[in-house]
Design a protein around this ligand. Sequence first.
Ligand SMILES: [Zn+2]
Length: 255
Amino acid sequence: MSDLTSLIQDLVIANRILAKEEVVDAYGHVSIRHPDNPKHFLIARSLAPDLVGPEDIVELGLDGQPVGGDSPQLYLERFIHAAIFEARPDVMAVVHAHAEDTLPFSIATATKLRPVIHAGSFIGKEVPVWDIADSFGDTNLLVTNIEQGRDLAKCLGAHSVALMRGHGFASAARSLIEVVRLSVYLPRNARALMRAKQLGGEIKYLSQGEIDARNRGYRPYSPETWRTWEYWANKAGCGHLLTRPDDGHPHPPKG
Ligand SMILES: [Zn+2]
């Protein structure tokens, strides 16, 4: 199996995991930078992530436009991905989703979304909030052109996640596994923080030292990370698509 074929299968798995873990529903998407051309990226055509198969993956340029001739219907908000890949050469994978538990933190100014649980450490100490109205006034809140995408990417800066006011979030990472993991734990971290606020009193956030310690110990294809990916893929019904980069052998779903 070629690297590209295996990467496309990974992207399909990522779509299914994000759907199963309720990060995305009919809307939301995940992309990867093209392994052979850093100015292109791969993303599904306009389709609910749970329904995405390898044949639905399309190749787009950093302007958000399809590479080559005819193209199927594309996601309206593909510019989020294009602009982040353009602005961040270190980023290899991007997720955009509307996960409900993240939304309150995009509209309330009293409490910032920050890591409070160990698995939430990868969101980073600060999560900026992008408000499309600041630069574009009254819109339908969707990122439908590259200028809006670039404005969002600017707000994201060197962070891992930016919340989008009244809309959702965009997350970015150096690998597909990392961006999926980050995007699954972001709403869970948000939920824990909201519940802790209901209990009252002081909130204990992860310190910068704790965040750094977790980052130091993290490797995208370590057995611990792979365990999660394999578990999620099987749970999402696509364990048969798993290939492991270090041995190239598919890992069939557990009976
Ligand atoms: Zn959206």
